[in-house]
Design a protein around this ligand. Sequence first.
Ligand code: SAJ
Length: 426
Amino acid sequence: MNINHICIIGLGYIGLPTASTFANMGIQVTGVDNNPDVVKSLKAGKVHIYEPGLGEVVEKALKSGKLQVANAPVPADAFIIAVPTPFYDDKKADLSYVCSAAESIVPILRPGNLVILESTSPPLTTRDRVQPILEKTGMKAGKDFMLAYSPERVLPGQILKELIENARVIGGVDRASAEAGRDLYKLFVKGEIILTDATTSEMVKLMENTYRDVNIAIANEFSRLADRFGVDVWEAIQIANRHPRVKILNPGSGVGGHCISVDPWFFVEAAPDITPLIHTARNVNDGQPKFVITLVDRALGGIQGKQIAVLGLAFKPDVDDLRESPAVEVSRLLVKAGAIVTAYEPYKSDFKIQGASVMPTLKKTILNAEAILLLVDHLQFRSLSPAEVIKLTKARIIIDAVNSLNFVEWQSTGFKLYRLGDRKNS
Ligand code: SAJ
């Protein structure tokens, strides 16, 4: 397939890096977003999200003129839908963004076009939801135009590298659609390109994130067991992982972000009668912030009225993304339990949590605290010197939920360090 112009709908964490990468390969790209603020800031050369290296890549693409930004799709050879698929309060997938993106293509779809859905979606979305919308044109998928599902699988923090190097799965509604998808992505993908059908590739994406969620859930449950039995879970995991077929992940304050904490629900919604393990793993991970609260309660002898400084609100280290963040949930639970909470998130200091004070600096956050609660293993926190910190705070209790700090070093400086999953040493 000959591709000269690509229209990418949704300029978020996936759409924007993808659009810029295509543009920097010399392809004409129109990036579309229905949020006028996003369009405005990109037109002014400003990137609205933080991802290492993204600023430079976007700047290059915009300056070359190969990346244009618009608020509605324009005719093109290929369309990529990369909009969010959030879930409702009842954990059911909200496909309204996917459907309205597909609707927006209908008036401009031409014979021979390729449409790719990248948004993580429940099984059968491409076939049963997107295809019928596009066929309102009177054209048939697989005959008059091509349609495929190709999930993004990049890790926030390493998006630009993984976009190019990861293997890419492309599931077509027919073979020609999958092959057209390969023609598109081979413009920049260096990893293997695997062709399959649309529903298989939808499942592959959900299986990957569900697999990780279940494995993190077991690590979190191990942290609770270690706490009960007076064991240091981190030591136990390290020893268990010497077994050639065991690779236990890290416990922490829970699972956040817009991928792993959401995607398994798509399976549970689609087939609740056959997914008890997946459902339980989700509940275990969602329950981990409460486990962190029990640790804080024990370390401080109660939470009511205590001044607690929370370090880190992002869903994981070194990203600015706070969606579904367990650290935010922990902060809310602390406020609910009557604590006086100050919080610091270096990547988003203007974030608001009702009842808590999000501070602009670390210094202001810890100044009057009785305890410091470390929830995210940001590099900035990992490299803190206890000798410096002790001069900046009244707190002598540190609770480390992510095994970030050197136990011996912090203890010997005069802090009492409590670690999640380490009843042996506290
Ligand atoms: N986490 C733990 N313990 C661990 C690993 C992670 O508690 O050992 C927590 C993190 O702190 C975070 C959450 O899990 O709150 C998810 O973080 P992550 O780094 O595991 O994954 P994401 O959500 O940033 O990205 C995932 C990736 N999927 C897999 O690794 C299978 C990525 O490749 C996907 O592209 C991405 O989801 C996505 O967009 O779906």
